[in-house]
Design a protein around this ligand. Structure first.
Ligand code: SIN
Length: 275
């Protein structure tokens, strides 16, 4: 009989640790369905001490969708195994220490994502996640109604600035600039989640610059509330699998040593709003 998934919640609103399952082995459909449900309900699912390789991580993640590239990290895919890339995150730590959805600047941002810890600093380099259903639900009804009707532009502009790179047409044109609803209806759960983030969202299209700046600043502060968030202290061979459609993440930049993670993204849909 296949091993049963047991779940240990981290907070009431985000994060759960999986026990009783070996994800390095092929999974039966019931296990795939149980893992998918756990991710949809809790946002992030953590597996500890898993004997995966870059190849078998790709096989595990492939149970949940079609692997895709991160449009911003495209150069890293040259050496990727099964679209799982390995990266020393020291290089990106200024850009990822901001609450964000991965690839929300793309027309179809990643649906699910996975990270696996390969080499860690002695201390520091935790990753945090925040529940954007809970953040949306906590706003007052008149504000939710207004946000339901708005859209926002996402692009690489702020990331390039954080990384000290001159914004060029290559990054700011075409696939790298997209308009998405401010409130996204999740295609599987049907729930509403805030879909703006400090890394990629530049402006609310329907508001003037000053109004947009003020509303975005308020939302960017709101999503950081400890009521919606959790913090994960990585151990080598941990794997996190999460829903990038309703849960944002933030990588704490409190380390200077090598920190190597493997990362995989699964293809998502074009986000749609409530109206
Ligand atoms: C990322 O934001 O994609 C990286 C997360 C991390 O470094 O923990």
């Amino acid at each position: 009989m296949a091993m049963q998934l047991e779940l240990e919640k981290i907070t009431p609103v985000v994060g759960v640790i999986a026990h009783g399952i070996d994800i390095a082995k092929p999974l039966v459909p019931e296990q795939v369905a149980a893992i998918r449900n756990a991710v949809l309900e809790n946002g992030v699912l953590f597996f500890r001490d898993q004997g995966l390789t870059q190849e078998t991580m790709g096989g595990f993640v492939g149970n949940f969708g079609e692997p895709c590239n991160d449009p911003f990290l495209i150069s890293n895919y040259a050496n990727a195994a099964g679209r799982v890339i390995e990266m020393n995150t020291v290089r990106y730590r200024k850009a990822t220490a901001v609450w964000h959805y991965d690839s929300s600047l793309a027309a179809t941002p990643a649906a699910l994502m996975a990270l696996r810890a390969i080499e860690l600093p002695p201390v520091g380099g935790d990753t945090c996640w925040s529940n954007m259903y809970a953040a949306y639900d906590a706003l007052s009804a008149p504000l939710r109604d207004m946000l339901d009707r708005l859209t926002a532009e996402h692009s690489a502009f702020r990331v390039l600035k954080l990384m000290g790179i001159n914004a060029s047409d290559e990054y700011l044109d075409g696939e790298m600039r997209n308009i998405h609803p401010v409130v996204r209806v999740h295609p599987e759960t049907g729930r509403k989640a805030l879909f703006v983030n400090e890394l990629w969202t530049q402006k609310i299209v329907e508001l003037d610059d000053q109004e947009s700046e003020a509303i975005l600043a308020m939302l960017f502060a709101h999503v950081q509330s400890p009521s919606f968030t959790m913090r994960w202290r990585w151990r080598k061979n941990d794997l996190a699998l999460w829903d990038n459609r309703a849960f944002m993440h933030y990588a704490v930049k409190d380390y200077t040593e090598t920190r190597v993670l493997q990362k995989a993204l699964l293809k998502g849909d074009r986000p749609y709003g409530p109206n």
